[in-house]
Design a protein around this ligand. Structure first.
Ligand code: UDP
Length: 240
């Protein structure tokens, strides 16, 4: 078993849509949730940050005020949160959906101490509506929430790749995968794994990130078992 007790799992909207590119791919969501359950059954405390790119990204709305467009994006993440919650609950897990924009008829408001309490009780907490603020991303949300709830690590589930490469492995045959990286290297090399706000937040507060391929959701269990997969990001590899 890897020495991690509490994680934030970042699930992008794309991961939930798989090849459809839009909306939900039910089989994929089932598979992801089954593996979340297996990881939970091994004792891992799991908070999920859901993205929204399978519905809307703020930057897509060229005829809309950016802040409004971002709000539409944040609302898309709530749809994903509800969708993932439904499957996890059907699998017998206890969950709580918490949103950064208040919508108490459908979800709890995000309150840090309550989120931590839910995790301590073994519930899976799903954070939706991002940070509640425009111009941010759900990657930044994952970094922020991971720090707030004292997570040991962010598990960054990536679609279409199994880690971080020097260039896009789907476009270049000679792309080389990194086993380890520092935050500074991500920023300097402009590696498109996380936006710079999210990366900087992790760097300034030393929050480890494990980027792995979510196309094979069984990777989640492998991570808990301590198997060396994906790319680990820290600033200092001499200190644990
Ligand atoms: N968003 C935002 N503030 C946040 C988080 C998200 O405004 O704190 C908006 C932003 O427009 C973003 C969209 O929600 O494009 C969907 O989130 P994201 O692109 O991070 O989703 P992913 O790519 O992970 O599916």
């Amino acid at each position: 078993m890897r020495d991690i007790k509490r994680v934030v799992l970042k699930l992008s909207g794309e991961a939930l849509a798989k090849d459809k590119g839009f909306g939900f791919d039910d089989d994929t969501i089932d598979l992801i949730c089954e593996n979340i359950k297996k990881a939970r059954d091994k004792g891992l405390e799991i908070a999920i940050v859901v993205g929204g790119g399978n519905f809307w990204r703020g930057r897509s709305g060229q005829h809309i005020e950016r802040a409004t467009s971002d709000t539409i994006g944040m609302l898309g993440t709530v749809m994903n949160g509800l969708r993932v919650q439904d499957t996890l609950e059907k699998m017998g897990l206890e969950t709580r959906l918490m949103t950064a924009i208040n919508m108490q008829e459908v979800a709890e408001p995000y309150i840090r101490r309550r989120a931590v309490r839910h995790l301590e009780k073994g519930r899976i907490v799903i954070f939706a509506a991002g940070t509640g603020l425009p111009y941010f991303s759900t990657d930044t949300t994952a970094s922020l929430r991971a720090l707030e709830i004292n997570a040991d690590m962010i598990l960054l589930g990536k679609k279409g790749t199994d880690g971080i490469y020097d260039k896009d492995p789907n476009q270049f045959d000679d792309a080389v995968k990194y086993e380890k990286l520092t935050y500074s290297e991500i920023l300097q090399k402009r590696l498109k794994i996380m936006d710079s706000t999210a990366t900087s937040l992790c760097m300034d507060n030393d929050m480890p990130i494990l980027a792995f391929g979510i196309d094979n959701p069984e990777n989640l269990v492998k991570i808990v078992e301590g198997k060396e997969i994906g790319t680990i990001v820290k600033e200092n590899f001499d200190v644990r």
